[in-house]
Design a protein around this ligand. Structure first.
Ligand code: SAM
Ligand code: SF4
Length: 457
């Protein structure tokens, strides 16, 4: 009987890609996927350590497996990814029922590491000895291997894929643990990315989102040219079957005119950027080591809107960074109101050990962080509603993804600018580009009716 593995990924799309990477290595080793830890021989948790809250969720979720492990002692439980890389040995102290801790750089060896954990666990159980540290496997190499650059894509549905084109980060923003847990920035070769995009398109995928922590510096590890991402987009634009390409996340300091011209000129490249501003205060931005100013950010957005009118810009923000005053927070709120982002992800600052900001006092009280967080979300929701209402009465191109999860009698799809649209139509439209007249809007969704000038398929 083949081994069964359950795998759960906490955190962002990059983490989901990592989980896929581990899963595909395990499939090659003969594993099948299990739907729950109860059905599995191996339960793996790919972790995120970007924020303290994400780590607490891992401890709480994996902590609950204690009773399952008691009932089924042969179950191998593994913690993978960022948190494993960062905390290593310490995880065994808080989660004594865990058998394996495997850092981000050891994924290619995952099947081998599981076998080692299983061997140690079996030997201990047959000898009847008490569990000790020596029965567990810790693999958290510090060396970054070139082969680590992503070779894998994640598909939320048959029509869309997230494709990792680089990993790691060299930016060392003061609050961020990513450069420590994921290592230096390494880009995948162009030919490899294009081949993978072709395979996805041949398999029915119509939209690809390229992923990287700092995607607009793609290629830095193999070429001095600032054009690498623009050139890659031009190659992907020619892949037969692909209708749309997006790329996230863009760092404002690395946004180039060449990339924006690619957005303007290439039919498949969507008018949609995720370009985190993080704060609207120059003092805070400098303390965050972001290497851009609020003015610079505003000017860049103006250029983006000039080159690609209607372009949607999404952002991340951190509230309650050490020393952030009310006045500095107000500058962030003003930026949100002025720019009118398509979406904002707002995070309460949490100290990450080892980062530069960890040396600063985390002096904004939690309640105040919460207040600032809610205030930004409120501004964003109002902007979303106003902006989405502007679509009412307009017709737009929608890439159909399939039946809506909320209401299976309707279809869901996206605009080039990433807004979600629901409308009625047959499931056979999945993967097609159709025209929809928008009739109503909420802050998160548009709803409408398909017009017949898409051929009425
Ligand atoms: N590389 C991307 C960039 O530079 O924008 C995003 C990387 S990070 C995984 C996603 C977001 O998490 C960041 O944009 C930031 O807003 C947030 N973040 C990172 N470290 C954080 C911390 N210590 N506390 C709160 N939010 C944090
Ligand atoms: Fe973290 Fe900054 Fe790198 Fe983004 S660019 S991953 S926030 S260090």
């Amino acid at each position: 009987m083949p081994n069964k593995v359950f795998i759960h990924a906490f955190g962002c799309q990059m983490n989901k890609l990592d989980a896929e990477l581990a899963l595909s290595a395990l499939r090659r080793a003969g594993y099948e996927e299990a739907a729950t830890p109860d059905e599995a021989d191996v339960a793996l948790y790919n972790t995120c350590s970007v924020r303290a809250h994400a780590e607490e969720r891992v401890y709480s979720n994996v902590g609950k497996l204690k009773s399952l492990k008691r009932r089924k002692p042969s179950l191998i439980i593994g913690i993978l990814g960022c948190m494993a890389q960062k905390d290593g040995e310490k995880i065994f102290e808080r989660l004594p029922h865990v058998d394996l801790v495997c850092g981000t750089r050891e994924f290619p060896r995952i099947a081998e590491l599981i076998e080692e954990a299983r061997r140690l666990s079996c030997a201990r159980r047959s000898s009847g000895s008490a569990k000790s540290r020596a029965d567990r496997v810790l693999a958290c190499s510090e060396e970054a291997a070139v082969s680590e650059a992503r070779e894998i894509s994640v598909r939320p549905n048959r029509r869309r894929a997230f494709l990792g084109i680089m990993r790691g980060c060299d930016n060392y923003c003061a609050y961020c643990v990513v450069p420590f847990v994921r290592g230096p920035e390494i880009s995948r070769p162009v030919a490899e990315v294009v081949d993978e995009a072709k395979r996805l398109a041949d398999d029915g995928c119509r939209e690809i989102t390229l992923l990287g922590q700092n995607v607009n510096s793609y290629g830095k590890s193999f070429t001095p040219s600032a054009r690498a991402l623009a050139d890659l987009l031009a190659r992907l634009d020619k892949v037969a079957g692909l209708a749309r390409v997006r790329f996230i996340t863009s760092h404002p300091k690395d946004m180039s005119r060449e990339i924006l011209e690619a957005v303007r000129d290439l039919p498949t490249v969507c008018e949609h950027l995720h370009m985190p501003a993080q704060s609207g205060s120059d003092r805070v931005l400098a303390a965050m080591n972001r290497r851009h100013t609020a003015r610079g950010y505003r000017d860049l957005v103006a250029l983006e809107r000039e080159l690609a009118p209607g372009i949607a810009i999404a952002s991340d923000f951190i509230v309650g960074f050490p020393g952030e005053t009310d006045a500095e927070f107000d500058e962030t709120a003003a930026l949100l109101r002025d720019i009118r982002f398509q979406n904002s992800f707002v995070f309460k600052y949490s100290t990450r050990p080892g980062t530069a900001a960890a040396k600063l006092a985390d002096d904004v009280p939690w309640e105040e962080k919460r207040r600032r967080n809610l205030a930004l979300l409120e501004i964003q929701a109002a902007v979303n509603l106003e902006e989405n209402r502007k679509f009412i009465g307009q017709e737009a191109e929608v890439l159909v993804e399939g039946p809506s999860r909320r209401d299976a009698s309707r279809l869901t799809g996206r605009l080039r600018t990433n807004q979600i649209v629901v409308f009625e139509g047959p499931e056979t439209l999945a993967g097609e580009l159709v025209r929809v007249r928008v009739e109503s809007a909420t802050p998160l969704t548009l709803a409408g009716t398909r017009t017949m000038d898409d051929g009425g398929r």
